[in-house]
Design a protein around this ligand. Structure first.
Ligand SMILES: O=C(O)CCC(=O)C(=O)O
Ligand SMILES: [Fe+2]
Length: 312
């Protein structure tokens, strides 16, 4: 990222404290079938009290994860002019991007975005009467040549895990396991590679400013460097999510919060950077189809006022 861009400097109240509290508490859920009878209540507790949890024995082959992590590293190691050949632009929001802003402050990171099914479609406007759709098309770089295949294989694994988690979330809200499945037809799932280069001013900038994920669920692979922080629901403190090998971090996004009429909450998180080393992470964002109007589920709002109006 070269010189420090003043657009990266956070307002005083949002600057990270360099001595951070480690979150021992983020629940770690073992998804192996031997523990199946516990999963539903563990997930309900985690989604209510944290909005975040980690899973182990999740069924994603470690080889598939290793391959996508290697491919992401190789891509970001390319010269900037090569990466810019697959840059996002006004028409296509997919591809490479290094000037993302969160809440008007520039993030200390570069990203590469792709959709799981290309082309994907999203509404061209938030107006419900407007039927026009925008087509999203993946842009594949020439190097590394295996990137496309590796991403496609990883995406299939992520979708399997995402449906498993969705079923558990559904059960933990008291619904049948497949309550949400139809809503994910023609889904707009996407994968992002995040690269956070070393930062000379880690006390003033953030790799990703505080935000909530707008999707249904996020499945995050982080490397062993650490930097993700979650805002505790209890006291508003920022705590670090300690990297645990071979786990995924799962967080409830805004859509599950709305469906559950606030039973489960989408929680703010952010990413700290450090001056010594770079960090990589790969979130998979699980989203319903573009035709789905998101609103609190009627089964949960009987006799009560829904907390949200439908949106799409
Ligand atoms: O890099 C991370 O640990 C989290 C990134 C994130 O929150 C996001 O991409 O939405
Ligand atoms: Fe996020």
């Amino acid at each position: 990222m070269g010189e420090v861009d003043p657009a990266c400097i956070q307002d005083t109240q949002h600057r990270p404290k360099l001595a951070v509290i480690e979150a021992e508490g983020i629940p770690l859920i073992d998804l192996s079938s031997a523990n199946a009878f516990n999963h539903v209540s563990q997930i309900a507790d985690a989604c209510k009290n944290w909005g975040f949890f980690q899973v182990i024995n999740h069924g994603v082959p470690s080889e598939s994860r290793r391959k996508i992590e290697d491919a992401a590293r190789k891509f970001f190691a390319l010269p900037l002019e090569e990466k810019r050949k697959v840059s996002r632009d006004e028409v296509n929001p997919l591809g490479y991007f290094d000037t993302e802003h969160t809440k008007n402050v520039r993030d200390w990171k570069e990203v590469f975005d792709l959709v799981v099914s290309s082309p994907a479609f999203i509404p061209a406007s938030p107006d419900p009467d407007e039927k026009e759709l925008n087509e999203l098309i993946n842009q594949w770089p020439q190097y590394p040549p295996e990137l496309r295949e590796v991403c496609e294989e990883y995406a299939r694994e992520m979708e399997k895990l995402a449906f498993k988690l969705l079923g558990l979330i559904s059960l933990s809200l008291g619904f049948p396991e497949n309550r949400f499945n139809l809503l994910f037809e023609e889904s707009t799932n996407f994968i992002r590679f995040n690269h956070y280069p070393p930062c000379p001013i880690p006390h003033l900038a953030l790799g990703a400013g505080r935000h909530k994920d707008g999707v249904a669920l996020t499945i995050l692979a982080q490397d062993d460097v650490g930097g993700l922080q979650v805002k505790l629901k209890t006291n508003g403190e920022w705590v670090r999510v300690k990297p645990t090998p071979d786990t995924y971090i799962i967080n409830v996004g805004d859509i599950v919060q709305v469906w559950s009429n606030d039973t489960f909450e989408s929680v703010e998180h952010r990413v700290m950077v450090n001056s010594e080393g770079e960090r990589f992470s790969i979130p998979f964002f699980f989203s319903p189809g573009h035709h789905v109007w998101v609103k609190p589920l009627e089964e949960l709002t009987k006799g009560e006022k829904p907390k949200y109006r439908a949106y799409n």
